[in-house]
Design a protein around this ligand. Sequence first.
Ligand SMILES: Cc1cc2nc3c(=O)[nH]c(=O)nc-3n(C[C@H](O)[C@H](O)[C@H](O)COP(=O)(O)OP(=O)(O)OC[C@H]3O[C@@H](n4cnc5c(N)ncnc54)[C@H](O)[C@@H]3O)c2cc1C
Length: 420
Amino acid sequence: MQRVHIVGAGISGLACAVRLSSEGHDVILYEGAGHAGGRCRSYHDDHLDCTIDNGNHLLLSGNTGVQEYLALIDAEAELTGPDRAVFPFVDLAFNLKWTVEIDDSWWPGWILDRNRRIPGTGIWDYFKSARLMIASEKDVLQDVIDTDTNLFRRFIEPLTVGVLNTPAESGSAALLAKVIRKTFIRGARACRPRIARHGLSQTFVDPALRYLEYRDARFEPNRRLRNITTVGQRAVALAFADGEQTIDAGDMVVLALPAQAVGTLLPAIDPPSEFHPIVNAHFRVDDPPEVPEQAGLIGIVGGTAQWVFFRDNIISVTVSAADELAQQSNESIANAIWRDLRAAICGLPKEPPYRHRVIKERRATFSQTPRSIRHRAQCRCGFDNIFLAGDWVDTGFPATIEGSIRSGFEAARVIAAVNS
Ligand SMILES: Cc1cc2nc3c(=O)[nH]c(=O)nc-3n(C[C@H](O)[C@H](O)[C@H](O)COP(=O)(O)OP(=O)(O)OC[C@H]3O[C@@H](n4cnc5c(N)ncnc54)[C@H](O)[C@@H]3O)c2cc1C
């Protein structure tokens, strides 16, 4: 029987494997690490004495690829978030707090109401920012948006840095516009914040592995791909660190690997080579603070911290595009972020709790500038039986969970089409 060999069990590889298995394909999923999940996983942290995520992941209810994937693996109930599209913010530099609430309808009535607008913004700021929606692929954000406004500093910038993991001014305007079109423009139903209720692995990884087992797909961890033997335009063998796997005639290979790994394995591919780190700090507190607006998160402007997430007695902070911050020691990062938390949330003690953990993901995602985006590869990459998936592959979506799932589904679609 024809087989699909998928290498890389991050979200892209899992999505591809799940989709193909659901359609009756014979699938083997190989993973270099001892566990699946890649950049989107949970683990038990001994110092914190609890399970945490490698990084907080924020999703939006309009992520339809995510919904489809979770429905396939029967894990829809694992995503949680408020019933309303609320985004509480604090501006530390001006000691201001406000909440952006997106209306149910597509019509953004909230921007007409002075009391609901972001502080220091006028209605024209919003209308002018609509130029974003006609941005070309060459535009960076500051080509189409006035970056010297409160609307930019207090909403567009935190949103952009969070979505693109790229400094807001240089981020791809077209990529951000794509996300806004799929979410905020559709009203509250498509932009409610969503987070993994019990953790990333319990939501995106473990149910997928259970599904694959149920479908008789094989998952092989600790199998690092070192080399691909090709004859003409066909892969004929995969050389793993622990032995070779022959690729029979009719078999297909999906590389669901990070950009740099594919660049090494297939030198003809010239993937994006610029990346940005994301820093996460997790604090275990004895007395969890009250969560504002039941949103489960706060956006912070004017400090080091950017997005704060609350889960049980863990307060977790994300800083994206954290190139400079990632150079600092973990202690100095924890202190700077804790200072911001104390300024934003009442009742926290002066010193950071003893139980805290700083995680630096140095190559969290590729840099999503127009220049870098030109290096995104296509799923069909010039070989007859090798296909690409991954958050850096050209889906038209940013490098996020949604983008990864879409790339995995696309590889599955192309393979099914080739097979038929
Ligand atoms: C800290 C952080 C925060 C983030 N926040 C968000 C967020 O808020 N919202 C959001 O939507 N997205 C977020 N993302 C992005 C999201 O996590 C990624 O886009 C997604 O996980 C990428 O999945 P992937 O499968 O494409 O790649 P990966 O997760 O990198 O998977 C690739 C897999 O291949 C394996 N591998 C590598 N080399 C080999 C080899 N030679 N042989 C075999 N296996 C190999 C790796 O071990 C890995 O498991 C965040 C990412 C990070 C790091």
